[in-house]
Design a protein around this ligand. Structure first.
Ligand code: FBP
Length: 327
């Protein structure tokens, strides 16, 4: 049996002499190293002092769990000495400007899905790497299409790192014995048409009409206009839903709804929706608000939320049609 390529070998093969690509390579390698440490903590759980208990709130008002705080520190320590201009984290109110002359800037959600920690359900880390513009403080006011690389890690039964450098999507699995990520899935392609949807249906009464109409269509199954029976999943963990969609297709929705504070849904543009959209599009899928392509959105603020609909391209297009009408 041939030996699997390690993440480091893959990065070395891609980077070449270009200083921008070299900086991306170093940042991804450091994020992967941090993910191994976070994976150790999630696996040991209470044995490592991880309780899932709230530690307070971050400056944006989200409840912060102990693992949120530790994961944030682990990643900042891993990236701190690299040629990075600006760091942005879900856990930090403001940008952290490190070295304004450096070619890249990194945004990350250190621990996504933290409400799942004490229920032993998959959580993850998400990251987005941007080129640094002449005014470094504008690093995260660029559209998602400017991303140089994006990835996420799922701390689940396996720890998996999903990566795009803008030329397809690869999956790396953590080899716990050797403590390295190894390539286990190359050039992922999301099936174009799928029959699995993921949405928190407890919010149905708050949804707007296009979302209701689409989910009703799914629920009607073969008797409805789709002519197909759908299955449903809701893990409440964006990284786990995205991983499932990458391997077997489907559609994920966290739409805006009528609850106070949920007008633009729950997910954050800069370090959740942008990187996910880059990965999903690179695997042949779609990512949209229903009215606009996620990668075309220019963030107005660091922690802004955005409705996110992503997955199999035909399902996403159907939902867009329901929002805007077919072209
Ligand atoms: P956090 O960024 O606070 O972890 O929230 C994100 C998230 O956990 C996603 O991973 C998940 O898709 C969503 O919230 C679940 O939200 P809800 O509990 O409203 O279904």
């Amino acid at each position: 049996m041939s030996r699997e390529l390690t993440l480091q070998e893959r990065l070395d093969g891609e980077a070449g002499p270009d200083p921008l690509r070299q900086a991306v390579k170093k940042a991804v390698a450091a994020l992967a190293q941090a993910a191994i440490d976070i994976s150790d903590l999630t696996c040991r759980g209470a044995l490592a002092g991880i309780t899932g208990e709230a530690q307070g709130r971050n400056t944006d008002g989200d409840v912060q769990k102990d693992l949120d705080v530790r994961a944030d520190q682990i990643i900042r320590d891993a990236l701190g000495a690299l040629p990075i201009a600006v760091l942005a984290s879900e856990e930090m109110a403001e940008l952290d400007i490190l070295n304004p002359g450096a070619p890249i800037s990194v945004a990350f959600d250190p621990l996504d899905g933290s409400s799942n920690i004490n229920t032993n359900i998959s959580v993850g880390t998400i990251f987005s790497i941007m080129p640094t513009p002449p005014d470094a403080s504008a690093a995260f006011t660029q559209p998602g299409s400017a991303q140089l690389a994006a990835g996420f890690v799922v701390y689940g039964p396996q720890t998996s790192l999903i990566l795009t450098l803008g030329q397809g999507v690869d999956i790396f699995t953590l080899d716990r014995v050797e403590r390295v990520f190894k390539l286990t899935g190359s050039m992922m392609q999301i099936p174009a048409d799928a029959t699995e949807f993921a949405i928190n249906t407890s919010n149905r009464r708050h949804w707007d009409l296009p979302v209701r109409a689409y989910i009703d269509e799914c629920l009607m199954g073969a008797d409805g206009p789709s002519g197909k029976n759908f299955n449903m999943r809701w893990i409440g963990s964006l990284v786990a839903e995205a991983f499932r969609i990458l391997v077997r297709g489907g559609i994920f929705l966290y739409p805006g709804d009528a609850r106070d504070g949920y007008e633009d849904g729950r997910l954050r543009l800069v370090y959740e929706a942008h990187p996910m959209a880059f990965i999903i599009e690179q695997a042949g899928g779609g990512a949209s608000t229903g009215r606009k392509r996620i990668l075309d959105i220019v963030p107005g603020s660091l922690h802004q939320r955005v409705p996110l609909i992503m997955g199999s391209i035909k399902n996403v297009r159907r939902l867009e049609d329901m929002h805007t009408g077919p072209n």
